[in-house]
Design a binder for this molecule. Structure first.
Ligand code: ATP
Length: 136
């Protein structure tokens, strides 16, 4: 059986995950990647998306991350993100409202709208809703 690896997911405010895990999958900017214990060290940037890991019992756990960086060492993975939430900590109503707000902004013809910002907010909200299962 594969050995466990330590996973930390850290934001400026919180240590969101501090677990021993079997495998970590993360949304790298160059594509999704998986890390097992003993992986060659590397550093990469992350897209907004979902970190999926299996805990020591093999149960799959989902964590939203708003981009950031991942550092993999042979026995530890550290993810630094501006924001990150475990599935159970995501406020689905809040994410739905954020999605609706962003959609309205993007659909409006108001020249004062910052479209890049609205699109980034929409993507964050959609990924949060994917993690909760509201969006498939
Ligand atoms: P909102 O417009 O609802 O604030 P946002 O995408 O702009 O959403 P972020 O800037 O990514 O929010 O995060 C700000 C803080 O709020 C972070 O601490 C983040 O973990 C938390 N947060 C944002 N949305 C949610 C949510 N739906 N459920 C739980 N925590 C959330």
């Amino acid at each position: 059986m594969a050995e466990n690896i330590k996973l930390e997911i850290v934001t400026p405010d919180n240590l969101v995950v501090d677990d021993e895990v079997q495998i970590v999958m993360a949304p790298g900017t160059d594509g999704e990647f998986g890390i097992l214990k003993g992986h060659t060290p590397f550093l990469t940037s992350l897209k907004v998306g979902t970190v999926i890991y299996k805990d020591t019992l093999g149960k799959e756990r989902l964590v939203f991350v708003s981009g950031g960086f991942a550092e993999a060492l042979p026995d530890k993975v550290t993810i630094l993100a501006e924001s990150a939430e475990r599935r159970r900590d995501i406020d689905q109503e809040r994410a739905k409202q954020a999605m609706e707000r962003a959609e309205k902004r993007l659909a409006s013809h108001d020249e004062s709208i910052d479209y890049v910002r609205a699109k980034a907010a929409l993507i964050r909200a959609m990924y949060r809703l994917k993690v909760t299962g509201y969006i498939v």
